[in-house]
Design a binder for this molecule. Structure first.
Ligand SMILES: [Zn+2]
Length: 48
């Protein structure tokens, strides 16, 4: 058991073992949440 429970940054769902997608530091309940997160990251990085 880990002390640290990950959460989907998009929908807020708690990590379920054996489910979802694990990124470097983030867990996503589904591919669509991962996609949304990636899109967000790109926007914030953006341009100057
Ligand atoms: Zn999600």
């Amino acid at each position: 058991m880990s002390i640290f429970t990950r959460k989907d940054p998009i929908c807020g769902m708690k990590e379920e073992k054996g489910k979802g997608i694990l990124d470097n530091i983030n867990w996503f309940c589904s591919a669509s949440c991962k996609k949304q997160y990636a899109a967000k990251q790109q926007k914030t990085k953006g341009c100057c």
